[in-house]
Ligand binder design. Structure first.
Ligand SMILES: Cc1ncc(COP(=O)(O)O)c(C=O)c1O
Length: 457
C-alpha cells in the first residue's frame, strides 16, 4: 500500500479488516476495491468509478442496489419492533407474515419454515434436522451426509463439510468424519469422448449408488445438492441428471436437501430450481434473494414428514433444542416480505424469462472466442469455461490464473464477474434490462480481448 495516505479508506481497510475468501498477504500488499454506493445494477467505488455488478454481489442482490421500498420496509419495522425472537413459546408478527407468504410461493410439499441469518446456517440446520429426524423415527444409525465435489453450501463447520471446495478445506481440518462426496456434474469438463449428457448422468447416478452401497445405505442420512451449482463454477446440470440422482436417493431412503440459496426466487426462470428440474426435496434451504440481500436472512423449509418427526422427538425431549438469537429477526423478515411482494407485483419470474435469451445469446456468442471452451446457462445464470485447447479440452495450467486475468480486465472495464478457477460466472441482478445485458456482454468482450493479448493467443 505504498503511497497511500495513512488515513485513506484503503489504508484503514488493510490495517483493520480480515477479508473473506481472500489471499491475505497479497491483499495487505495491494489492497482491493472498496464500494461506496449502489445505483440500479451498478456499484460505485470510493473513487467514483461505476461497475456493472454482473454477480449481483454474491449471487444475491436480485433487485439491484437502490430499491427504496426495501429501505422503507426495514425502517418501518425498526420503529415498530426492532427486535424480538422465536424462543420459549414467543414470536412476533413479522415472522408469521413472512412464513405464510414464503410457503404460499414454495413448492407444495413444503409445510413449515425455520428462519436463520445465512445460507450456511440454513444448511447447518438441515444437517441437524436430518440427524434429529432419523433419531426420531428410530433409525439412529443413519448419520452420513453426502455432498458433491465443488458443491458450495456454506462456511459453518457442518455446511463447509458437506461442501466440496478444496480451498475451503485446506488448513481447517475439514470435512468432519461423517461427510462423503460424490461427483461434480460438470458435463463439459468431465464427460469422456463420445459420452452423451444422458450417459454422463447415468454414470453420475451409478457412482452415487456405488458410494451409498459402499457406505451402507442404513448409515446414509441425507444428500445435499444445488439445483444449479454456483460456487463450483456456475454449472447447470446435464440432461436427466436430477431425475436419475433422485431415483437413487429414493431407492435407499436418503433425504434430499435442495440448496436453493442461489437458484431460489427466479434465477433459473422459475420461482425455484426445484420447479425447473422437477425436484422432490424433503427440505429446501434458501437465502440471498429471499431479502434481495438487503438484510441477512435465510429459510429452511421442511416437508410435513420431517416436521411430524421433529414434533414427536421434541415432545419426548421436552423441547426442540435449536435456535439462533437473530433467527427470524423482525427487520429481516419485514424486508424479505416486501421483497416477495415486489417479485409478485413486478412479475420478476416473467422478467427473467423475457431477458434470459439476451443473456444466453449475448454470452453464448463468445463460444467462438479462442479463449472460450464452453458457455452454458439457464435463466439469468451463466458459466463460461476458459480453455487453452478447445479441441482436446485442455485447461490452462492453474498457475497462469487465466480466469483471474479475465476477471481483472473486466474490472478495469467497469464489469464485475467472478472467476472460479477458469470458469467465469455471471448472475446479474434479476432486474437487469436487455440493454444492460448488451453492455455487460460488450465489456466482457473487451476483457477477453485484453486477456487474449496477454496470452498471445
Ligand atoms: C448454494 C449456496 N448455499 C449456501 C451458501 C452459503 O450462504 P451464506 O454465505 O449466506 O452463508 C452459498 C453462498 O454463496 C451458496 O451459494
Amino acid at each position: 500500500m505504498d503511497g497511500m495516505h495513512a488515513n485513506s479508506p484503503h489504508a484503514r481497510d488493510v490495517k483493520y479488516l480480515v477479508h473473506q475468501q481472500t489471499e491475505l498477504k497479497s491483499y495487505r500488499e495491494q489492497g482491493g476495491t472498496l464500494m461506496a454506493r449502489g445505483n440500479g445494477i451498478h456499484v460505485i467505488d470510493e473513487s467514483g468509478k461505476e461497475y456493472i455488478e454482473a454477480m449481483a454481489g454474491l449471487w444475491c442482490a436480485s433487485l439491484g442496489f437502490s430499491e427504496k421500498r426495501l429501505a422503507e420496509a426495514g425502517y418501518k419495522q425498526l420503529l415498530e419492533l426492532p427486535y424480538y425472537h422465536t424462543f420459549f413459546d414467543k414470536g412476533h408478527l413479522a415472522s408469521v407474515d413472512l412464513a405464510e407468504k414464503l410457503l404460499s410461493v414454495a413448492p407444495a410439499s413444503m409445510a413449515k419454515v425455520l428462519f436463520q441469518c445465512s445460507g450456511s446456517e440454513a444448511n447447518d440446520t438441515a444437517i441437524k434436522l436430518a440427524w434429529y429426524y432419523h433419531n426420531a423415527i428410530g433409525k439412529p444409525e443413519k448419520k452420513k451426509i453426502i455432498g458433491r465435489e465443488r458443491g458450495y453450501h456454506g462456511n459453518t463447520v457442518a455446511s463447509v463439510s458437506v461442501s466440496g471446495q478444496p480451498h475451503m478445506r485446506a488448513g481447517f481440518d475439514i470435512p468432519l468424519p461423517m461427510f462423503r462426496h460424490t461427483d461434480n456434474p460438470n458435463y463439459y469438463r468431465f464427460h469422456t469422448e463420445g459420452e452423451t449428457e444422458e450417459q454422463f448422468s447415468d454414470r453420475m447416478a451409478k457412482n452415487l449408488e456405488d458410494l451409498i452401497l459402499a457406505e451402507g445405505p442404513e448409515t446414509v442420512a441425507a444428500f445435499f445438492g444445488e439445483p444449479v451449482q454456483g460456487g463450483g463454477g456456475a454449472i447447470t446440470p446435464p440432461r436427466t441428471y436430477w431425475q436419475k440422482i433422485q431415483k437413487v436417493l429414493k431407492k435407499y431412503d436418503v433425504l434430499f436437501v435442495a440448496d436453493e440459496v442461489i437458484a431460489g426466487f427466479g434465477r433459473t426462470g422459475n420461482m425455484w430450481g426445484t420447479q425447473t428440474y422437477d425436484l422432490q426435496p424433503d427440505m429446501i434451504s434458501c437465502a440471498k434473494a429471499l431479502s434481495a440481500a438487503y438484510q441477512p436472512i435465510s429459510a429452511l423449509m421442511i416437508s410435513d414428514k420431517i416436521y411430524q418427526a421433529l414434533e414427536s422427538l421434541s415432545a419426548t425431549n421436552g423441547t426442540f433444542g435449536h435456535g439462533y438469537t437473530y433467527g427470524a429477526h423482525p427487520v429481516a423478515c419485514a424486508v424479505a416480505l416486501e421483497t416477495l411482494k415486489i417479485y409478485e407485483e413486478r412479475d420478476i419470474v416473467g422478467h427473467v424469462r423475457a431477458v434470459s435469451p439476451a443473456m444466453l445469446d449475448g454470452l453464448g456468442a463468445f463460444a467462438d472466442h479462442p479463449l472460450v471452451g464452453n458457455v452454458r446457462g439457464i435463466g439469468l445464470f451463466v458459466g463460461i469455461e476458459l480453455m487453452q485447447d478447445k479441441k482436446s479440452r485442455t485447461p490452462w495450467p492453474a498457475e497462469r490464473k487465466v480466469g483471474t486475468m479475465v476477471q481483472d480486465h473486466a474490472l478495469k472495464h467497469g464489469l464485475i464477474v467472478r472467476a472460479i478457477g477458469d470458469r467465469i460466472a455471471f448472475t446479474p441482478p434479476l432486474v437487469i434490462t436487455a440493454a444492460e445485458i448488451g453492455e455487460m456482454c460488450r465489456r466482457f468482450g473487451l476483457a477477453l480481448e485484453d486477456a487474449r493479448r496477454d496470452l498471445k493467443v
